[in-house]
Design a protein around this ligand. Structure first.
Ligand SMILES: *Cc1c(COP(=O)(O)O)cnc(C)c1O
Length: 233
């Protein structure tokens, strides 16, 4: 059995140390507990530990979990996986933040569904493929301002920041330039200014590299295996 409460405390401690190394306040950093492959009974003990958000990457797994959790109003549910346009409606049923939007088509569909579902606003992040790895989803950094301009007319979609997934590195220090570049891109976009855009969240860092991400300015870290143990799926 994995002791999720002890793991949570260890993660919090590491976050705190990473933040302090660079003079940041640990309270500014929020954990999105990535619960893919984890059942709701496993998550429940964390409710008393200050967990605020869980992250899921597949709609078909997330929805029944969300519906089955009798505590669902107590944490936010975030969607962090690749989103297909035909799953947007289901996604909007549970997700209070979508980390992984990477096309105009998706923004259009989110806006259309938001109108249908009478949701005044949907908060999203744009996923950026900073490393340029061809196996990864996400926008090329230079495509982000273009998309921001195009997104302006879809006024139910609020862009609240940026997200990236760094390639796995045995030495997480190697991911630093990726995280730094995402932060710099965010600062640049903030300076330019776009409608419905606020540079509120920088979602970067996973189990392998969250400390480096925090040193580079992450305020949402998406952590799965450090809390729930190594996944078998
Ligand atoms: C699985 C996943 C994570 C968490 O990964 P760990 O290495 O287990 O912390 C974070 N972000 C995304 C998008 C994921 O799919």
């Amino acid at each position: 059995m994995v002791d999720v409460v002890a793991n949570w405390a260890a993660v919090e401690e590491r976050i705190s140390r990473a933040a302090k190394r660079v003079g940041r306040s640990p309270e500014m950093i929020q954990v999105v507990a990535v619960t893919k492959g984890v059942d709701i009974e496993t998550i429940t003990p964390l409710l008393t530990c200050g967990i605020k958000a869980v992250g899921e990457n597949r709609i078909q797994d997330a929805l029944p979990k969300y519906q089955g959790a009798n505590w669902r109003g107590r944490v936010e549910w975030h969607f962090i996986g690749h989103l297909q346009t035909n799953k947007v409606r289901q996604c909007l049923e549970f997700a209070s933040l979508i980390h992984s939007v990477d096309s105009l088509r998706l923004i259009q569909e989110i806006n259309r569904r938001a109108v249908n579902m009478e949701l005044p606003q949907v908060e999203i992040l744009l996923q950026v493929n900073v490393s340029g790895e061809t196996t990864k989803f996400g926008l090329a950094p230079e495509a982000v301002p273009v998309l921001m301009e195009q997104a302006a007319q879809y006024d139910r979609v609020q862009i609240k920041g940026l997200m990236t997934i760094a390639p796995f590195e045995r030495d997480p220090e190697k991911t630093r330039p990726i995280f730094r570049n995402l932060r710099l891109l965010g600062e640049d976009l903030e300076e330019k200014g776009f409608p419905q855009f606020e540079m509120k969240y920088l979602s970067m860092g996973m189990t392998n590299d969250f400390e480096v991400a925090i040193e580079e300015g992450a305020n949402l870290v998406r952590i799965g295996s450090a809390i729930f143990g190594q996944r078998t799926v």
